[in-house]
Design a protein around this ligand. Sequence first.
Ligand SMILES: CC(C)(COP(=O)(O)OP(=O)(O)OC[C@H]1O[C@@H](n2cnc3c(N)ncnc32)[C@H](O)[C@@H]1OP(=O)(O)O)[C@@H](O)C(=O)NCCC(=O)NCCS
Length: 188
Amino acid sequence: MTDGAPARSWQFEIRPAGPDDRLGMARVHVATWKSTYRGMVPEERLDALTVEGDIASGFGRWLTDPPPDRAYRVAHLSDGTIVGFAVGGPNRYPEDDFSGELGAIYVLQDHQGHGIGSALVGHIARHLLATGRPDMIVWVIAQNPYRRFYEKLGGVLVRERVAESRIAGGSLRERGYGWRDLTALARR
Ligand SMILES: CC(C)(COP(=O)(O)OP(=O)(O)OC[C@H]1O[C@@H](n2cnc3c(N)ncnc32)[C@H](O)[C@@H]1OP(=O)(O)O)[C@@H](O)C(=O)NCCC(=O)NCCS
């Protein structure tokens, strides 16, 4: 910014994440869990989430030593603040019959609705296509109203399941949204 005004949320860039991004990503992850999952995940589990615990349980390890073909992308403002991230790669559940998976996507509540999420999905779609995966699935908690985001992007409800969630501390009903051809998403 040239006039000293705070960065506007829709002026963002997306880049690959590295180990130094774990704090920014964990902040986004914990904040969006708390702002999204009230009423879907037990309150005490949400209240117990901390940035430090989040780094220790996942991001630190993943970003330092990422699994093969897994892509991590962060969305940041001009001052470097991370406001969103997405993870995608080979499907962790190959029985689903989709080769690629959008494993996680989160945008801070104050920055939602300005195209950051769809731009992040575009980056993951391009990565999947570039690594030989023409299709993709994503799992979302069945009651999560943000599943409409996937419908807006052309995802089709293909599965339902009950899955264990480490963070939620129990089982959750989830819906799987699929894209059989990522070409259109990759143009976003
Ligand atoms: C879901 C999420 C990643 C979307 O990111 P975003 O930056 O807000 O999305 P965008 O601004 O790119 O929206 C893309 C389109 O989806 C629509 N959309 C997004 N959220 C929606 C919702 N809850 N209901 C209906 N439509 C929605 C937008 O209106 C937009 O439509 P348009 O292209 O016609 O304008 C983000 O809102 C988020 O982090 N939500 C909370 C966490 C979460 O549920 N993550 C998914 C876990 S599986």
